[in-house]
Design a protein around this ligand. Structure first.
Ligand SMILES: NC(=O)c1ccc[n+]([C@@H]2O[C@H](COP(=O)([O-])OP(=O)(O)OC[C@H]3O[C@@H](n4cnc5c(N)ncnc54)[C@H](OP(=O)(O)O)[C@@H]3O)[C@@H](O)[C@H]2O)c1
Length: 325
């Protein structure tokens, strides 16, 4: 099969279209013929090998040569223990380990897949999983956003952020979106009440305070966040620099005792339940998977370059050449 392969961390230039062996499903896996795969921050991180957690299992060179985690396609073959899916069915979801999707075929277990709703195209379905599930956990499940609360999303114009802005609005919050200069109007169009350009202003130094901050791209000292939170407010760190993640993990309990603010990591396991919940909202038109651009598989390097240049507004989706959506 064709796949976009890389053997060293670096810029999109290290990615090459190659012929590789088809993956073989284990007894507990499903082989999927991919029709669409979307790009997430995890692909950008896995390509350059930064932050350090992107090198898990492969410190010097990538442990797995194919990036891409959010897929939609058709079941080609099922392992012996698979009960819920059959060949020919349309499915979508995440690949465990966040790799293997920039290819014509990939394997995944039942627990991270779901049947693709007929009302969504393969591209729309592929745009939902990782970002949608992170946003659902951060805003609704763990964040428990209530009407009238003030919510700030840092990294609001990317994969998880675009879902988070829409969900926070859906549950009645007053929403501030933080991203780069070129995405300000885009964030307003998603429903953000206020926008902050991270290249010009530091949201922890405005004097404003929020009930909930969802940060997909944390890089500050853990001591910076309490000043942007109301008493009993919560800061969730989803991704970002390893130094910040460690500080949040180690200092969070002490910061809570001394300031009354919650500073926490948000760990989001890949799972079908949340995937179905956020997809139902998409089917009902309450949340939209925002697709900025589409590229063919051969142009994954161009697609990742577009994302890395800070231009992508929402999702960039790779459409496999043969698929007709
Ligand atoms: N916690 C968990 O269990 C879990 C699970 C899965 C994934 N993750 C992590 O979650 C994160 C998800 O990110 P994503 O997919 O939403 O990423 P994304 O699509 O790359 O979006 C990130 C957004 O943040 C913006 N940004 C960059 N620097 C910024 C700054 N200094 N301040 C504010 N915004 C900034 C980016 O804009 P530019 O275009 O300007 O760069 C982009 O719009 C990744 O780090 C991933 O590894 C965590």
């Amino acid at each position: 099969m064709k796949a976009i392969v890389y053997h060293k961390y670096g810029s999109p230039d290290v990615l090459k279209l190659e012929e590789v062996d088809m993956p073989t499903p284990t007894d507990d896996e499903i082989l999927i013929k991919i029709h669409a795969v979307s790009i997430n921050g995890s692909d950008r991180e896995g390509l350059i090998g930064k932050p350090l957690y992107a090198r898990l299992g492969g410190l010097r060179k990538p442990a797995y040569p194919i990036l891409g985690s959010d897929i939609a396609g058709r079941v080609e073959m099922v392992g012996r223990n698979i009960r819920e899916f059959q060949p020919g069915e349309e499915v979508f979801g995440e690949i465990p380990g966040y790799h293997g999707g920039f290819a014509e075929y990939a394997c995944a277990p039942e627990r991270t897949l779901a049947q693709k709703p007929a009302s969504l195209t393969f591209e729309q379905a592929a745009a939902i999983p990782q970002g949608g599930v992170i946003a659902l956990q951060g805003i609704r499940e763990k964040g428990q956003v209530q009407p009238g609360q003030h919510v700030l999303i840092n990294g609001a114009g990317g994969s998880a952020g675009t879902f988070a802005v829409q969900l926070a609005k859906l549950y009645g919050a007053e929403v501030t979106g933080v991203d780069n200069t070129g995405k300000m109007d885009f964030l307003r169009s998603l429903g953000a009440d206020h926008v902050i350009d991270y290249t010009r202003q530091d949201f922890t130094k405005t004097g404003l305070q929020y009930d909930l901050i969802l940060d997909v791209i944390a890089h500050r000292s853990a001591f910076a966040y309490p000043r942007a939170l109301k008493r009993n407010g919560t800061y969730f760190c989803v991704g970002g620099s390893v130094a910040t993640l460690f500080q949040v993990l180690l200092l969070g309990p002490w910061i809570k005792r001394t300031t009354g603010r919650n500073i926490r990591l948000l760990v989001v396991p890949q799972n079908r339940k949340d995937l179905l919940s956020v997809t139902e909202l998409c089917e009902a038109g309450k949340v939209v998977p925002v697709i900025d651009r589409r590229y063919p598989l051969s142009q994954v390097p161009e697609a990742l370059r577009y994302v890395a240049e800070g231009r992508a507004k929402g999702k960039v989706v790779i459409t496999l050449e043969r698929s007709v959506d």
